[in-house]
Every structure is written in structure tokens, then in C-alpha cells.
Write a protein that binds this ligand. Structure first.
Ligand code: HSE
Length: 298
């Protein structure tokens, strides 16, 4: 018995919600094939697209699968094939797609013994291998879909948020690598109270705006005064991209996860496509290679 799955890319933080908010992209992601075997244990048998370790304990998909396997102790083993489309270190949840995909697939093959929160819990073990910390803001949207809010990581509590029907994401991925661990290391341990007040007002407002499909309020709330000021210097031309996206009609534009990808949200696919063109124009003038995408949030 085998299953073929699409494991989606995701955008973490969503401007104001560092380590808490995330959303799932409909069209960008990895493919995985997972197969039940008589031989016990977890084996990675094929990796295409990017150079990643085959050893189960060194592979994000392997580690999350193993954590789940050692808890459930099923009477069989599993082979995992990974067709990696999401570049590691791109800031659109590459490691999360691997970690979420393996646990999701194994759960399906076992007849769904675990709920989505428990799957996220095991996927966090794989994610921790890549980013050196157990955070679930990419995993939760990969597993639940749509927008999610991680209310708490320990114990794990995930809230599903509604997605306004006309909301589209534009992504640009400059081909430079930023390691999440390094992008976290530059952040201050303490923040000024006034910034905290602004930030939690924005998170609350964004959640309300998603519930009420209030696009004006989404625009007001997509502002990050805590993390972006420190991370933006890691991403070449971030300021110009943001300006171009806003001038093209985006509701907001910010760093995707820990970067280097940048995302913008727009009302309507047509606006998201205009935004894509505007940000392509910025990067076309540089010698940095890049890819852009427009995707529904799903
Ligand atoms: N919330 C995490 C960070 C996401 O920004 O460091 C990493 O993908």
C-alpha cells in the first residue's frame, strides 16, 4: 500500500505574528510517496530536486516519521520518497513541508490514528533538526491548511482561522540562502513595551480582519515593528520590493518566515499578479536570480 501526497509551502509569521501565525500556499509544494513495508523502521529511499541526507536520523522527514513511528509502534515499516520542489533555506517552509508530509502520509496509511495537532507535534521533532528550535508556525498551516495561529507550542494548541475568499499571496524568492537559525540569532532577546503593544494590537486586528473579511483592516494590521527592523538587512532590496508591492496595490508586504522570501497579500488575483510584476521589475534590475509565484491561500 502506498500514498502520494502534495506537501505545501507555507508562509510563517505573516508580518506581525512572529512564531504564531502562518498560512498555506495552494500551488507550491513538495511531492512525497510513502509506502508500507514488511521490514520495520523508516527508510528514505529516494530524494530528487535537492541534495538532502538519506540517513533517517539526519533527514527532517525521517526524524518526524521516526518520532511518530516510535510512539505508535506499528507492525510494519515505511519507505519515503521525496520530490523536493521547495528549496531548503528559502523561507517558505521547506523543512516543514518535509516534516509534515511524512507524518501526514504515514497517518493516512495507518488509518488515521492521530489528529492534526498530534501530527504537528511529531512534525515539530523534524522541524527542530533544521531550525534548532521546535516551532510550529509553518507546520500548522501545512497540516491544517489555510491560516493558523499557534496559541501555544508547549503544550501544542493550534487555532484554525478563516481565509477571506478573495485573498491571494504573491511570493518572491531571491536565490540566496538564509538559515533560520542565523536569522533567529540576530534577534534581540527583549523588546520595548511600546513595540509590543503595537505588535499585539496588530495580531489581534489581523485575526479579527480574517474573521470578518475586512480587507482594509488586513492592510492596517500587516505591520511588523518587532522582527522586520532587524531582519530586513539580510534581504537585498527588501525596502524597494515592499514599496513596489504597496504601490501596485498590495494590502501588505513582509518577510516570509525567516527569509529570504518576501510575501505580499492582495485582494483579488488580478492585483496579486500586478504585485508580482512590480516586484519582478525590482529584482530584474539586479544580478540576483529569483522566482516569483502567485497563489491562493488554501
Ligand atoms: N517563525 C520562524 C522564524 C519561522 O521567523 O524564525 C521560520 O521559518
Amino acid at each position: 500500500k502506498e500514498i502520494k501526497i502534495f506537501s505545501p509551502a507555507t508562509v510563517a509569521n505573516v508580518a506581525c505574528g512572529f512564531d504564531v501565525l502562518g498560512f498555506c500556499l495552494d500551488t507550491i509544494g513538495d511531492e512525497m510517496v510513502i509506502r508500507k513495508t514488511v521490514e520495520k523502521g523508516i527508510r528514505i529511499t529516494k530524494i530528487e530536486g535537492h541534495d538532502l541526507p538519506y540517513k533517517t536520523e539526519e533527514n527532517v522527514a525521517g526524524v518526524s516519521a521516526l518520532a511518530m513511528y516510535n510512539d505508535l509502534l506499528p507492525d510494519c515499516g515505511f519507505e519515503i520518497e521525496i520530490y523536493k520542489n521547495i528549496k531548503p533555506g528559502s523561507g517558505i517552509g521547506s523543512s516543514s513541508a518535509s516534516a509534515a508530509g511524512s507524518v501526514y502520509g504515514i497517518n493516512e496509511l495507518l488509518g488515521k490514528p492521530l489528529d492534526k495537532t498530534k501530527l504537528t507535534y511529531f512534525a515539530m521533532k523534524g522541524e527542530a533538526l533544521a531550525s534548532k528550535c521546535e516551532h510550529a508556525d509553518n507546520l500548522a498551516p501545512a497540516i491544517f491548511g489555510g491560516f493558523t495561529l499557534v496559541k501555544s507550542a508547549h503544550p501544542l494548541q493550534i487555532l484554525e482561522l478563516p481565509t477571506p475568499s478573495d485573498l491571494y499571496a504573491t511570493l518572491i524568492h531571491p536565490q540566496i540562502e538564509i538559515k533560520t537559525s542565523e536569522s533567529r540569532a540576530i534577534l534581540p532577546k527583549e523588546i520595548p513595551l511600546q513595540n509590543a503593544i503595537t505588535q499585539w494590537a496588530n495580531v489581534g486586528s489581523l485575526v479579527h480582519a480574517l474573521h470578518t473579511s475586512n480587507y482594509d483592516l488586513i492592510k492596517d494590521a500587516l505591520i511588523d515593528v518587532v522582527i522586520e527592523p532587524h531582519r530586513k538587512q539580510l534581504i537585498p532590496h527588501f525596502g524597494e520590493v515592499k514599496l513596489a508591492a504597496m504601490e501596485a496595490g498590495a494590502l501588505g508586504c513582509a518577510i516570509s518566515g525567516s527569509g529570504p522570501s518576501i510575501f505580499a497579500l492582495s485582494k483579488s488575483e488580478a492585483t496579486a499578479t500586478n504585485v508580482e510584476k512590480a516586484i519582478r521589475d525590482v529584482y530584474s534590475k539586479t544580478d540576483i536570480k529569483f522566482e516569483t509565484y502567485v497563489s491562493k491561500i488554501n
